[in-house]
Design a binder for this molecule. Structure first.
Ligand code: ZN
Length: 241
């Protein structure tokens, strides 16, 4: 049998180890930072191409609108020309001039739009490909973030449940031992107890533990590891927990 006094501290240490592990998991959740960084880099590296594609798209939209408006006017004027609402020859001549100008405008605008569409075809395709990649990465990041938030809530609950068992474990340990344990926790920033391994070294920092120290530990004395300061504990042979 292990020393009972130290064994009770070991049980407290096991709870603290679990709490530390939960905390570490919560701190290392994947919230999609990598995907967002890659998306940002893609956008930066291709800023010129993306800006050009955006400007071209806008220009194409403007040309389409211009052409649509000219066609609308044309239709209106042609209607006026044949519905008998205009009779003066001067007005008819003026309307015919307008129609001719509009027809010209439709043709040149259409030519301009088609030429721009052709000349920007390759860069537009490249830009679309990059935009799709960026959108996909952002979508992945959103998914990862949502998943991490869910996991974080679960870990918080687990932390609460595990933490609730701590007080009773602590109350079973002698004050003097708690002080040594807490000092070691403060010093290491994590655990306050280390197991002596079957290879006779400190399970936390790896330093050799001499036989005479092991004997003192077996006798149940509060013994900090000379290297890391953790309270040493040794399992009796064959003892599992
Ligand atoms: Zn150590």
């Amino acid at each position: 049998m292990s020393d009972e006094r130290l064994f009770r501290l070991y049980k407290l240490h096991q709870v603290d180890e679990k709490l530390l592990a939960i905390k570490a998991r919560a701190e290392h959740l994947d919230v999609g930072k990598r995907e967002l960084a890659v998306a940002k880099k893609l956008a930066t590296d291709n800023a010129d191409l993306l800006a050009e594609a955006k400007a071209t798209k806008q220009k194409l939209a403007e040309l389409t609108l211009k052409e649509d408006q000219a066609n609308e006017k044309l239709e209106k004027f042609q209607k006026q020309l044949y519905d008998g609402s205009i009779t003066s020859s001067r007005e008819i001549a003026h309307l015919q001039d307008e129609i001719e100008m509009l027809e010209m405008l439709v043709v040149t605008t259409d030519d301009e739009r088609k030429a721009l569409l052709m000349s920007s075809k390759e860069s537009a395709a490249a830009a679309t490909e990059i935009e799709e990649k960026i959108a996909k990465l952002k979508e992945q990041a959103v998914k990862k973030r949502a998943h991490a938030e869910k996991e974080h809530a679960e870990l918080q609950e687990l932390f609460k449940q595990t933490g609730a068992t701590r007080a009773s474990k602590e109350s079973e340990v002698e004050k003097e031992l708690i002080t040594a344990y807490n000092n070691a926790r403060k010093r290491t920033g994590n655990t306050g107890l280390a197991l002596i391994t079957p290879k006779q070294d400190c399970g936390s920092c790896g330093i050799d533990i001499p036989e005479k120290v092991r004997e003192v530990v077996r006798d149940g004395k509060t013994t900090p590891c000379l290297s890391c300061g953790r309270v040493l504990f040794i399992h009796a042979p064959g003892e599992l927990d």
